[in-house]
Every structure is written in C-alpha cells, then in structure tokens.
Design a protein around this ligand. Structure first.
Ligand SMILES: *Cc1c(COP(=O)(O)O)cnc(C)c1O
Length: 452
C-alpha cells in the first residue's frame, strides 16, 4: 500500500453528489481535503490508507457534526422554571408571532408613519411599561447588566454611589456589582456591614460628590439571622436619587402562588425609587432585555448617553417584549406567559400529567412512580423557595449515566438525579413537548434494557 492509493479530491467529489447537494461544493471539498491530509499523516504511523468509501463516510460524519446547531432547543424536565443556562424564559405564542412578523420583512422600528420620517425605537415598549408600572418614562436596553452600567455611567461618572456592603453581590456569569461600578467610572462608597446596614450609615457617607444611592436586590442568596437594611422608603427620604436594581423585578405578586414575595417593580416606584432596573427574561417572562423605568428627566439623560446606542435593544427583542407586556395589560399573564403558567400550574394538573407519563414510561417494565418533589423558580429570584410538585421517578441502574444519555438524546432532555433515581418534573415541560419527551425517554429505556 502506498500514498498513491489515496483517491483524489476530484474522485471523491464525483461520488459525493448527495453531500454536495446538502452542504455545498466548497465546504464538501474543504472537508475532503482535511480528511485526505489526515490520511497522509496517519500513513506515517499506520502504513495503511483508507478507501474512498471510508473517506466518504468519515467526511459525511464530519459535515454533519460541523453543521449541527450548537444552540438548539432542549426539553427542560429539571423543574427549574428560570434556568439561566437553559435560556431563561420561554416566550408566549403572541411574542413569537410578533417577533416573526417583524423579522420577516421591514418594520416601523425607527419610522414615524404619520410624518413619513425618522422615528424613535425608544417608543415601542415605553407606553406599555409606563402604563403597567406607573412610571413617568421607560427605556429598554440589551439586558439588565447593561441597564445598570448605563445608569451608573450616565448619572454617576466620577461621582460617588452609596451601596450597602450587604449588596455587593455577584449575580452569576461574573456579573459583580463592584466591577460594574468600576467600569462605569462611578466611585463605589461602601456603607454599613455585611449583615447590618443602618440609615445613619448612609447619612454619614453622603457628601457633595455623592450622585446617588444604589440598592441591589440580593437575588440569589438570603441573609438570615441578625441582619437589617433600611427600607426603600427610608433611603428615598435621604433626598438623593435612589436606583433600585431589582434583578428579576416581578410585575405580579409571587406570594399569591404560595411563594415568598419577590420585590415588585410597582412597589419600588411607589416607595420613591428614581429609577428601577430589571431583566426582561426573568420573572417578566419575556425576551432578554434590560428595562429601566422611572423619572422622565433621568431617563432622558440615559437616552442621550453614548452607551445607550451601544447597549440598545434590537427589533426582535422589542417585538417580543411588547407582546409580553400586552399580556399583563390584558390581565392574561398567568394564562399566556409560559413561566407564569408554570408557576400557577395547579398541583392536581401536574399530578395528572405525571401519572400519565409514569404509565407510559413504565410500559417496558421499568419502575416508574410518581413521587412528591419540589420545583424552583430560579433566575436569581426567591432563593430557597420551592413550589410543591409531582415528579416521575425512574428507578434505573447508574442514574447519572442514564441522565447523561437523556442529554445526548434528540432533542436533549434535562432530568435531575435525586436519591439514586432519575426524576422528571412536568411543571417545566411544555405540553407540546410531552410526546417528544416520552419518546426520548422510552428510546433510552429500550437501549438500557438491551445493554444490560
Ligand atoms: C440578574 C441580575 C442582573 C443581571 O441581569 P441580566 O438581565 O442577566 O443582565 C443584575 N442585577 C441583579 C440584582 C440581578 O438579579
């Protein structure tokens, strides 16, 4: 055998009309070249060359893996409603429809139809936001981290920002309040202690260089025990503008669903916050966005700052956000917004679905039972709070391996391993995903039986 036995690129291309049709000639040619290079390198150690058939099938596999979407849908059976790693909030049908219609063609993104001239993208969600929250004005940016950065840059550059030491938080993904302040050029003035900060700590720290007071929601942790912070009303009474970074920022009261009370946007405004910042894809249940509501003269300053352009929201975001906000205005959030539907799902409904799943999944002889469990809200809100749920528990050998195989399914299924069982929580599985989930788990159970 010699290197001359290797087929030429042209010879491979002549046998690859199906690959060319699917992946295009340039990419197919490139992969053939790569495969042939590898074969030449391997020849030095193995003194053997692959056949044309081998090369074609290797190229097919590489082309397939190369062109698969790395960002793709999964089925979330983990019971974590707002999972940052899993893309946070699924969107409502209306949000999807609005996004598609705006994406498909041209739109009024920055066009005033009545005047026939340039308009402003800032208007699209603003009137909905002001009506829903009672704020004077609103601005939508790329995400809440950008919202906080913009606020501090525009209102506190080279000036002091007071923040309690209990609120110097890291949210996840490396978002640290002190780092954002440094980036904005604002001067961080820490007040109080980790567990206790009093109003007088703020009062004593105020000087002529102080621009504002920042309050950051603890979001993903809880301080319990000997701890205190002044209320927002008390902070606002100090006379400086108070910026409230709420993180999740709910428009509905989580307490009515058996959870703790997550701070609400309307409450912060009523308490006197000058600006309130929150995410579009946490408890609002919409697209990734950073939403700022509050005093008109401050929002106007933010809009004029150069960073506003760099962190502006795109048309898909504005379309989905407007449709999501309309659900609140129509008083249909708990029916139409997926994450609120999940939060509000009655236990009896979850149990019914769990029983139906268990019956189907137990058909192959695997022990599939319905057990009590807990779902969590996630998304940097309500730490330690859970919603009672019903889980489908599968008793399989090596549950971690089984769960890994479910992640490799198509579509991937994210399950949890709990006390040596693989558990599936119906709460976070959309009804239209159910048959895919059942088929995926059954397929794996069949394989499991054959290999053991
Ligand atoms: C989540 C969170 C952020 C960051 O919001 P993103 O929309 O993820 O950028 C900022 N502040 C707080 C308090 C948060 O909980």
């Amino acid at each position: 055998m010699s290197l001359r036995d290797l087929p030429s690129v042209d010879k491979l291309l002549a046998q690859a009309s199906d690959l060319i049709a699917e992946y295009g000639r340039p990419l197919t040619t490139e992969i053939f070249r790569e495969k042939l290079d590898e074969a030449r390198t391997d020849f030095r150690t193995q003194a053997a060359t692959p056949s044309a058939t081998d090369l074609l099938s290797q190229a097919r596999a590489r082309l397939a893996s190369l062109t698969v979407f790395s960002l793709r849908p999964i089925i979330n059976a983990s019971g974590v409603i707002l999972h940052t790693n899993l893309g946070r909030a699924p969107l409502s049908q209306a949000a999807l429809t609005q996004m598609e219609s705006v994406a498909r063609g041209y739109s009024t993104l920055e066009y005033d139809l009545s005047k026939g001239e340039r308009g402003s993208r800032a208007i699209h969600a603003e009137s909905l936001l002001t009506r829903l929250t009672g704020a004077e004005a609103a601005l939508v940016v790329n995400n809440n981290a950008a919202a906080v950065l913009l606020i501090l840059s525009a209102l506190a550059q080279r000036k002091g920002v007071l923040i309690s030491r209990s609120q110097l938080v890291e949210i996840g993904g490396g978002f640290r309040i002190p780092d954002v302040m440094k980036q904005s050029g604002a001067k961080l003035v820490e007040v109080g202690t980790t567990n206790r900060t009093h109003l007088k700590d703020y009062k004593e720290a105020i000087d002529e260089k102080t621009a504002l007071i920042l309050r950051a929601h603890h979001s993903n942790f809880k301080i319990i025990g000997f701890a205190t912070e002044p209320t927002l009303v008390e902070l606002c009474a100090l006379g400086l503008p108070v910026v409230d970074d709420l993180g999740s920022g709910a428009l509905l009261d989580t307490a009515t669903f058996g959870l703790g009370h997550e701070p609400m946007v309307q409450e912060s405004l009523k308490a006197g916050a000058a600006l309130v910042a929150f995410s579009g894809d946490k408890l609002l249940g919409g697209p990734q966005a950073g939403i700022i509501v509050g005093r008109a003269e401050l929002i106007a300053k933010l809009k004029k700052h150069p960073l506003a352009r760099a962190v502006r929201a795109d048309k898909l975001c504005l379309a989905a956000l407007s449709a999501t906000l309309l659900h609140y205005l129509h008083d249909e959030a708990t029916q139409e917004i997926p994450i609120w539907r999940m939060i509000a799902l009655p236990l009896a409904e979850i149990e019914k679905r769990a029983r139906a799943w268990a019956a189907q999944l137990g058909a192959l002889g695997t022990a599939a039972s319905v057990i009590n469990g807990e779902s969590t809200v996630g998304g940097g809100s309500l730490p330690g709070e859970t919603l009672p749920t019903k889980l489908v528990a599968l008793t399989v050998k090596s549950p971690n391996v089984f769960a890994a195989q479910l992640r490799a399914a198509d579509p991937p299924i994210i399950a949890r391993v709990l006390e040596d069982q693989v558990v599936l929580d119906p709460r976070t599985v959309l009804v239209e995903e159910e048959s895919l989930l059942i088929a995926g788990v059954l397929k794996n159970l069949t394989r499991w039986k054959m290999t053991r």
